[in-house]
Design a protein around this ligand. Sequence first.
Ligand code: LLP
Length: 408
Amino acid sequence: MENSVYALQGIPFTQLAAEYGSPLYVYDGEKIQSQVKRLQSAFSGVDLKIKYATKALSNVNILKLMKQFGTGLDAVSLEEVKLGLHAGFTAEEILYTPNCVSFEEIQEAVKLGVMINLDNIPMLERFGTVYGDSVPVCIRINPHIMAGGNSKISVGHIDSKFGISILQLKHVLKVVAAHNMHVVGLHVHTGSDILDADVFLQGAEILFEAAMEFKELNFLDFGGGFKVGYRAGDITTDIEDVGTKVTSAFKAFCAQYGKKLELWFEPGKFLVSECGYLLTTANVVKPTPASTFVGVDSGLNHLIRPMLYDAYHEIYNASNPSGTERVYSIVGYICETDTLGADRKLTEVTEGDIIVIKNAGAYGFSMASNYNSRLRPAEVLVYKGKAHLIRKRETFEELLANQLEIAL
Ligand code: LLP
C-alpha cells in the first residue's frame, strides 16, 4: 500500500484498471532491477553471469529491460532464442537449453550462434558427429537431487526426463573424446522454489567433481530455482547466504581446476515473480451455505499456478483498502473448478471492485491460454513512474485468425 491506497509507483491499481481494462497484468520495472542488483551483489566475489529464464515472463519489453540491467538469457525453445535476439541480446549472451527437441531445431540454434546446452546422449552423439570440435557446447547433468517446492517442479531427481545422468558420465566422456568435442560449460538445474542454500551446494559439489574431467571449461551453470515469498512470513531463499556459501565453494573449485571460470545462474521467479500483479474485476459476490465466492473476470486460463501447483498467491481488494475484512473464496469464470484463493480475508467486496493477485510476474502471462475461448489479458509495464501498455488485449478476430473455415 502507498498512502493507504493500493498503488504501484504512485499509480493506483484502480486507475490502471480503469485506463487499460480488466483483467490486466501489471509489472514493476524497478522491482526487476532491484532483484537483478541483489543477485549481482550476493555474487560480487565471482565472475557472475545471470541468464534470465525467458520462459517466466517473455514480453519483449521485459527482455529489453533485462538487457539494460546487464543479464543474458536462458532460452528453452527456438522461439525464445529468436525473441531474445529480437530484443537486442547478442547470440553469445543466450544459452539455449532444449529438452526433447529435434536435432533440426538444435541445428537452427547453432546457425543463430547461441550456446547450446545438450541434455541427452543421443543428441550429444549427433552433435559430435556433425560439428566435431567446431562448435563449443555445454552439457546438462542430472545430479539426482530431490529439490524444489513440489514434485511437479523438481527436475533433478533420478526419474526426471531432464539432463544426462551423472551416472552416465563415463559414456559422456567417451562420446566427447570420440568426436573431439569442445565442451565449455556444464549445467545443472534441480527445480523451482528451492529454499535451502545447501541444495545449491549439493548440486555444485556434483558438478565440481564432474568438471574435473573436462579440460576446456569456461563456465559452470547452476540453473534457477530460488524461492520467493508468496505469502507474508513465507521462508524464502536467503540469496545472500547462497551467495556466500556458493562463492567460497566455487573459488575453491576454480583454484583446484587451475582456471577462473564464470559462474552462471538462470533465475526466473527470483527476478520477475514479485514484480507482477494480475488485476481482475469482481463480477459477482455469491453467498452459498458453504462460503461466499467472489467470481472474477479471469481464472486458470490467465493464472494457472494455483490450480496446477496448489500455489498460494496473496489477493486483496484494491477498491476498498480500509473496509471491514470478511472471508471469501476467490474463483475464476472458467467452466471448471478454478480457485484462485480459498477462504481468504479480504476487505468487503462489492461487484465491480478491482481484485489484485500478487506475485503474478513469473509464469503468469507466459502460461496463459485461450481456454473457454477467452481472450488473454493486456500487459502494462510501470517504469520510472509511468505506465506503458506493452501488450494489447487480444481480440475476438485473433481467436479466429488461424482457423480455416472449410466448406462443410
Ligand atoms: N533453468 C531451467 C533449465 C529451468 O527449467 C527453469 C524453470 C529455470 C531455469 C527457472 O526456474 P525459476 O528460477 O523460475 O524457478 N512454471 C512453474 C515452474 C517450472 C519452471 C520450469 N523451469 C511455476 O510456475 O512455478
